[in-house]
Design a protein around this ligand. Sequence first.
Ligand SMILES: C[S@@+](CC[C@H](N)C(=O)[O-])C[C@H]1O[C@@H](n2cnc3c(N)ncnc32)[C@H](O)[C@@H]1O
Length: 464
Amino acid sequence: MSPPGVARFIASLFPNVDKSTCRLLDAGAGMGALSAAFLERCVAGELEFTSLAVDAYEFDEVLLDGLRETLVGYAGRLPLSARVLSGDFVEQAVSSLGLWGGPRYSHAILNPPYKKIQSHSRHRLLLRQAGIETSNMYSAFVALALALLEDGGQLVAIIPRSFCNGPYFRPFRNFLLARAAIRHIHLFAARDQAFKADGVLQENLILRLERGAIQGPVTVSTSTDDSFADYLEHVHPFERIVVPGDPERFIHIPISPEAPAHEALPGLDHKLAALGLEVSTGPVVDFRLRDWLRDQPGPDTVPLLYPGHFRAGRLVWPLADARKPNAIVQHDETAKWLYPSGCYCVTRRLSSKEEKHRIVAGVVDPALLPGASALGFENHLNVFHQGRHGLPELLVLGLAAFLNSGIADAQFRRFNGHTQVNATDLRRMVYPNRDLLFELGAWAKTRGDRVLAEVDDKLETLLA
Ligand SMILES: C[S@@+](CC[C@H](N)C(=O)[O-])C[C@H]1O[C@@H](n2cnc3c(N)ncnc32)[C@H](O)[C@@H]1O
């Protein structure tokens, strides 16, 4: 349920537009915390309507009495008619949209449920009927609410950040951007590294959309927690939020007014493909190849590398206290999962919240794997390669130094709010050109353990 401070903030984002009638949708209304915060603003005269109608949908029967009570509490104070609609919002919204284009709301306020929608479930099929392709309940609720809004209608929702990037949410992003303008995004984020934003809130954002409106600049605000004590906002051109021409339509969320490092540094302008490089997820999925894995290397095996084999970016192999296998049998059956021996840059697919940077890169130095003719990369690693072959050593050192930099981290965080670093994300990023990566690699070779501490200064001079 929405805490009162969050509910008040969500309601505060609705502008006082010139409208006599308000038809408010609260889908997944719970006990009505969000509707109540909205109606409080009407009572206070901050939002002015001559008539108000609220439709509150709630699935959980236990909450219905409480929800009715909340809404009835406002009937004497406002020209309000309120309906509590029990049952499944998805079902009701899809059937009314199909039958008569649905009711038309002027406002929607949502803190929807978060739950995966399985690919062959009834919900998935229902949503498809309404032209909505999405795999989570929260995006389904937002899409349906948007479909039920009239032109100029306002929607404010608190939802996970995960829809901003990642291939699964692409149809949802397209649906949203085709129908509405993004007006405001609020993040629970700490600007100062010394403070951490609230853990649970940090995964979420608050979004205000305006149906059928022309997209203009977007307000991005931040606060560390739901007291909003350190609230700060900046206005950004939309091109900084969704990069023109981006087929993925990732939604970037800049948290400071300055142009992000990679925009400010003119030398940072190459996509991986332009560098002739590729990145892939490690193909060895250990539980599928269990019979071919070995704790320690033997005469018929080649090295199998897990994230645990990299300590501060350096390869340590084999590990004596192997909690994971160190090797994979080289055989016709395993050949297609292996890379030829060579020098590679790898990154971990999962970083922990405590880690300073989201991207943690390491170097596979073939000199540390004597005699190996091939290599297995486990599925929790991403591998940079060229046509499934290794890369020149200095290029790998430069790439790893760049990926471990604060500049790369800042760029990455603008479009990815979680701790997973997938190959798609790495393909989205911009890199220094090949010559600069070689130069950075040559520098990194001489700096040894000091690379991490010094790489940002070095990059600033190289890229300026
Ligand atoms: C995260 S809670 C938010 C409640 C309330 N909006 C608030 O902010 O306090 C989501 C609510 O959606 C309800 N819900 C879940 N699935 C639903 C469905 N298919 N149709 C209607 N309501 C649903 C849950 O019972 C829960 O009360």
